[in-house]
Design a protein around this ligand. Structure first.
Ligand code: NAD
Length: 376
């Protein structure tokens, strides 16, 4: 099959992590006969510099013609003083709403090889893991096209007061919770809905919708947590969670917290789904590592490309229907970690342990490809 992939490397470390990810896809293509045709596009800071707009109309239109979108990251300090509607991050909101991808799936898993990169003590991890292992494996389903990030916002006439609005409709909540339930059915069948229902009216609506949706999934054990408690429970006992479904804002924050527990923000992939099907009849998805453009390390070849490579694996799974190939990529990432290869962010306490070799983004990508080639 031939797949048309929109590619937005973006700003900062975006291009450094997207290059290895596309090389991994090409390796899959060479071995399997599938063809990945890339349509390289601009969004974010680089698009602002060239066109004055974070998301040029042509970019969104071109992405819509593709089977999937693979994105690095956007943003950086040079664009931070621009007014909100012209900042690079607006490109992300425009892509998400423009593609209608309303659910962002963020798997956060502590791989056994990265145990030493997790800041939690063994007994904390073990006590909440049903198999008594110092590991956790959870999935955050974050609502992506509503809530505070899309609500009405503004300033008072004298600019000394500002407001942002959290608004959710029944349908927006229902489709997100259904996505969470479907995900839970393929996992350990536990769904925790995170909200702030003791204070927020919108959260109380989430609970009302959950009561209806959960009736359709009797096999799923549904629970609720206030977001402040959820933030604490994540560091107190991460193994208790299977799927967490939550709003745009809470999902954004909790997934960064979960990423630190998984070793590094550079490890986590994401898939945004739920919009109309692509021309090939499969889900059109937007795939990106959860990290930002990391201006502090950009251009130094020290970024971790594994979140981007694992995002490409999610793309193979959801938008290309290539499950075997997706697993091969995930196994190659795991094998590179088994071999002791580490980018700086996942090295034991930031320095090289006896069995670890610190490598750059390029070298990590090459190692994953070499290991992948052995299995294909
Ligand atoms: P960030 O995720 O870019 O960086 C946070 C910290 O994590 C930094 O210390 C960085 O060096 C480190 N880090 C991030 N990715 C890494 C990787 N792959 N390997 C190793 N270390 C990594 O978040 P930030 O500093 O808050 O934001 C920087 C810029 O990125 C801002 O302009 C922000 O708006 C933007 N941003 C973009 C996205 C996106 O494009 N999806 C997401 C978040 C932030």
């Amino acid at each position: 099959m031939t797949y048309s992939i929109a590619l937005i490397p973006g700003d900062g470390i975006g291009p450094e992590v997207i290059t290895p990810a596309t090389e991994v896809l090409d390796t899959i293509g060479d071995a399997s006969g599938h063809v990945f045709n890339y349509v390289e596009l601009e969004a974010g800071g680089c698009a602002i510099d060239r066109t004055g707009e974070p998301l040029p109309k042509e970019t969104l239109e071109a992405v819509k013609q593709c089977d999937a979108l693979l994105l690095g990251a956007v943003g950086g300090p040079q664009w931070e003083t621009l007014p909100g509607h012209l900042r690079p991050e607006r490109a992300l909101l425009g892509l998400r709403s423009g593609l209608g991808v309303f659910a962002n799936l963020r798997p956060a898993k502590l791989l056994p090889q990265l145990r030493s990169a997790c800041p939690l003590k063994d007994d904390v991890l073990v006590s909440s893991n049903s198999e008594g292992k110092a590991e956790f494996d959870l999935l955050i389903v974050r609502e992506l096209t509503g809530g505070l990030y899309f609500g009405e916002r503004g300033r008072s006439a004298d600019h000394r007061a500002a407001f942002d609005t959290e608004t959710y409709t029944w349908d927006e909540i229902e489709r997100t919770l259904r996505m969470g339930c479907e995900a839970a059915m393929g996992r350990r069948k536990k769904l925790c809905i995170v909200d702030k229902a003791n204070v927020l009216e919108s959260s109380r609506l989430w609970r009302e919708v959950a009561a209806v949706v959960s009736k359709a999934y009797p096999d799923i054990e549904t629970s609720f947590l206030y977001v402040d408690n959820a933030a604490m429970q994540l560091v107190r006992a991460p193994g208790q969670f299977d799927v967490i479904a939550t709003s745009n804002l809470f999902g954004d924050i909790l997934s960064d917290e979960a990423s630190a527990l998984a070793g590094s923000i550079g490890m986590l992939p994401s898939a945004s789904l739920g919009g109309p099907l692509a021309k090939n009849g499969r889900p059109m998805g937007m795939y990106e590592p959860i990290h930002g453009s990391a201006p502090d390390i950009a251009g130094k070849n020290i970024a971790n490309p594994l979140g981007a490579i694992l995002s490409a694996a999610l793309m193979l799974r959801y938008s290309c229907g290539l499950e075997k190939e997706a697993r091969a990529v995930e196994d190659a990432v795991s094998a590179a970690l088994d071999a002791g290869l580490r980018t700086r962010d996942i090295a034991a306490k930031g320095r090289t342990a006896a069995n670890e070799t610190i490598v750059g983004a390029r070298e990590m990508g090459e190692a994953v490809i070499a290991l992948l080639e052995k299995t294909l």
